[in-house]
Design a protein around this ligand. Sequence first.
Ligand SMILES: [Zn+2]
Length: 429
Amino acid sequence: MKRWLGLLLIGAVTTLQAQTKITVIKAGHLIDTESGKVLDNQVILIENDTIRSVGPNLAIPRNATIIDLSKATVLPGLVDCHTHITGQPGGDYYADIFRKTPVDFAVTAHVYAKRTLEAGFTTIRDVGAPAFVDVALRNAINNGEVAGPRMVCATLFIGSTGSHGDLNGFSPFLEFHYPEQMSGVANGIEGVRKQVRYNVKYGADVIKFGASAGVLTEEESVGAPQYTQEEMNAIVDEARTWGRKTCAHAHGAEAIKMAVKAGVASVEHGSFLDDEGIELMKTKGTFLVADIYNDDYIMSEYAKLGYPQKIIEKERLVGRTQRENFAKAVKAGVKIAYGTDAGVYPHGWNGKQFFYMVKYGLSPMQAIQSATSNAAELLGWQERIGSISAGKLADIIAVSADPLKDIRVLEKIQFVMKGGLVIKNETVQ
Ligand SMILES: [Zn+2]
């Protein structure tokens, strides 16, 4: 018996050794997001899916696969903290709402996931999807069945009756039939607590709720609060009980402050953020995740896509103000994490927002940090991702030109590795 066990053990060790894959990346320039510096001629030693060591003069093991990026700038895989990976405008507003079912979204979600990954975004926080399509996609990606980024899922957007999370602007006789609670519409302290539990039960990694009205729905206001302070407090408290962080969709100044007081980890959009809100966010260490690129896309494309004029007028109110208030928040030192609302515009264009973040006040290095080390902190994944350093997952990207000189370089990533696997390599060797 003992001898068998010994043989089995030897077998297991041999298999383990055979499975250890060593990869070495020779990086011409490496953006160290932890120190905010660029390091030249670095060697990155990767064992299976994990970075083992990084340095200028590492001994290269004989059995290593070598990837030569000595002419490129190498940086950690990017993180988009605000996506809706399960959909994007299909060209007909009413068809998107009334002719599609969650099955339609499920069928195409993997296409968007692949585009996002190939754009260099190796992790996303997906903040609102129908019918747990996001959870199914996350699981399929984690099982290696589908190509896509690592996903932190919010599942159902939690919103009050008539809110941004509800269907508005139509006859009260028009009704969708969801299984109980699958609309995400919840009211009152008990109601919102129950909804948080339901979301967690079916796979939510993070909780998202609507603190204020929104732009791309037909309720009257853009920024008015849509939950009471007590309801917001209850959502954050319940999420915390289950070990989940919370993020709040919030445009209006009052709703932002209410959400921050409730203890959210991040404010999404933050369009009408005022000085008091800025101070509050600084005190509480709340992240601002402001989608400051997509206004351009909405204003140029949404009329053609059949969106009602009412919605486009709302965006006109929000767009410029949001950018100005983002600049104010940056100046004041509010923590910024990169989030684009991909799905409002085509997936795979996630990198376009870098240019706007630099235009409105971040240095190129800070913009990169917002999508790497800062984003990792917001997700609570700082031990796993966000920098190229020993012990972290080998999520690594590279570009031929220097993104610190021209941030737009990040709109087209030439090399993508996720968990030690090369997803694409178009670098000049
Ligand atoms: Zn969103």
